[in-house]
Design a protein around this ligand. Structure first.
Ligand code: NYM
Ligand code: MG
Length: 207
């Protein structure tokens, strides 16, 4: 029987270096012989993703609840494919997941429990790497971009909401370090986790 792949989620505020680190991690896992793919949410290529992209680029407006549900739908529509990949042995590195959904919408003022509900039942991550960076440090990196949500006041709230969502699958990574050091910390964390999960026998993913 094929051993299933791991579901590795990478989370953090905007400018925390997630995308670069996800790419590095995928490359490193592949080089060490692990069948691995990168997944990114929101997936802006699907129908829901196009609506989300237009909203983020401030080309359209939507009710806060409606956009929250669209982000969730954007994950749900990917679940069947992702669970098939995991069960056939592919490890997935996921750049943002439901935690971003809850953290951003609750930072805007929506009720936290309400925000959690639509994502209940999504594949449970094996490990969540939280790239932690203060907003001052994030701003030093050339400032936020032009998209909706990329504003200091909101990002401060988002970071605060993220910390409310942590459980024992979360590993905090100090993202203020050099790129190489962050990469090293992530790699050490993943190696440790893989050793432990292989020893314990990886449990089936909750769906
Ligand atoms: N975002 C992302 C949400 O508000 N809810 C979600 O469920 C997800 C996955 O979209 N500022 C926000 C966080 C980001 C923005 O993400 C786009 P990215 O990784 O910058 O493309
Ligand atoms: Mg962004």
């Amino acid at each position: 029987m094929v051993q299933r792949g791991l579901l590795i989620v990478v989370e953090g505020c905007d400018r925390s270096g997630k995308s670069t680190q996800c790419e590095n991690l995928v490359a490193k896992l592949q080089q060490t012989g692990n069948d691995t793919e990168l997944v990114k949410f929101p997936d802006r290529t699907t129908q829901t993703g196009k609506m989300i992209d237009s909203y983020l680029q401030q080309k359209s407006d939507l009710d806060d609840h409606a956009i929250h549900l669209l982000f969730s739908a954007n994950r749900w529509e990917a679940m069947k494919t992702l669970s098939e990949k995991l069960s056939t042995g592919t490890t997935l590195v996921v750049d943002r997941y439901a935690f971003s959904g809850v953290a951003f919408s609750s930072a805007k003022g929506l009720d936290l429990e309400w925000c959690r509900n639509p994502d209940i039942g999504l594949l449970t991550p094996d490990i969540v790497l939280f790239l932690d960076l203060t907003i001052d440090e994030a701003e030093k990196r050339g400032g936020f971009g032009q998209e909706r949500y990329e504003k200091r006041d909101l990002q401060i709230k988002v970071r605060d909401e993220f910390t409310k969502l942590q459980d024992d699958t979360w590993k905090f990574i100090d993202a203020s370090q050099s790129k190489d050091q962050v990469q090293q910390d992530i790699w050490d964390t993943i190696k440790q986790f893989k050793q432990k999960s292989t020893k314990d026998g990886i449990q089936p993913l909750q769906f």
